[in-house]
Ligand binder design. Structure first.
Ligand SMILES: Nc1ncnc2c1ncn2[C@@H]1O[C@H](COP(=O)(O)OP(=O)(O)OP(=O)(O)O)[C@@H](O)[C@H]1O
Ligand SMILES: O=C(O)c1ccc[n+]([C@@H]2O[C@H](COP(=O)([O-])O)[C@@H](O)[C@H]2O)c1
Length: 203
């Protein structure tokens, strides 16, 4: 499958704050774009990269082909500070901890922030090396309909309760020493890829 070079590894000058938003994007939808625009502002990010996953290690069914997901993501998300990337496919990583390790080697001096929706915080303790992730990069969590209670009472939220950063300090998150995580509530979009697939959203 040909993947154009600009998707491989985007540019980010030393010192910049880069949000990493991993996802299956199967397909990308307005909820992803909405979260992205808010995260850029709320966490004072210079850049935000969508990491289109080769396949979520916890999901039994593989997603649609990468090229198809990337094309949809690019059509949907057009913003001068956002890059849609196939970095994980290029690096040969699938677990987030491995991706972060490789990106930090390749991009020293950048301030990476892991971004995810509240549903992912709820199940975060099932991720490979999740404690290492928490202790390595600041984590930004965005509210998602129906997920607040699960997220804030999750194993990860409780384990790092003393490292929670209040939304009023969200703009400093990227410069903080991990572990540091921040949960922000934004006007929510009740939309998911599951709903879109069920409605024939790839048509
Ligand atoms: N509506 C939304 N509000 C907040 N976060 C979201 C929303 N949709 C997706 N996300 C977040 O975007 C990231 C990528 O999600 P993903 O590509 O799996 O989309 P999804 O809609 O959750 O897909 P699926 O329904 O197939 O699980 C995850 O961190 C997820 O929590
Ligand atoms: O590293 C893990 O163990 C792990 C387990 C589940 C999900 N993830 C990542 O979480 C991101 C969101 O996945 P998804 O399928 O909910 O869009 C995506 O980047 C996945 O690779 C990572």
């Amino acid at each position: 499958m040909p993947i154009v070079a600009r998707h491989v590894l985007p540019h980010a000058p030393t010192g910049t704050a880069v949000g990493l938003f991993g996802g299956s994007f199967d397909p990308a939808h307005d909820g992803h774009a909405h979260v992205t625009r808010h995260a850029l502002r709320a966490f004072a990010l210079d850049r935000l990269w969508w990491l289109v996953s080769p396949g979520n290690p916890l999901k039994a069914n593989g997603p649609a082909p990468m090229a198809q997901r990337v094309a949809r993501a690019e059509a949907l998300m057009s913003h001068p500070r956002v890059d849609v990337t196939t970095a994980e496919a290029q690096l040969g990583t699938r677990y987030t901890a491995d991706t972060l390790r490789r990106l930090m080697q390749l991009y020293p001096g950048r301030r990476f922030v892991w971004i995810m929706g509240a549903d992912n915080l709820a199940g975060f303790h099932h991720w490979e090396n999740w404690r290492w992730i928490m202790e390595t990069v600041p984590v930004a969590v965005i509210a998602r309909p129906g997920q607040q209670r699960r997220a804030l009472s999750s194993v990860a939220a409780r384990a790092y309760a003393d490292r929670r950063v209040l939304p009023i300090r969200a703009q400093q998150l990227a410069s903080m020493q991990a572990p540091a995580w921040c949960y922000i509530t934004i006007p929510m979009r009740d939309i998911s890829s599951t709903q879109l697939r069920a409605a024939g959203g790839w048509g």
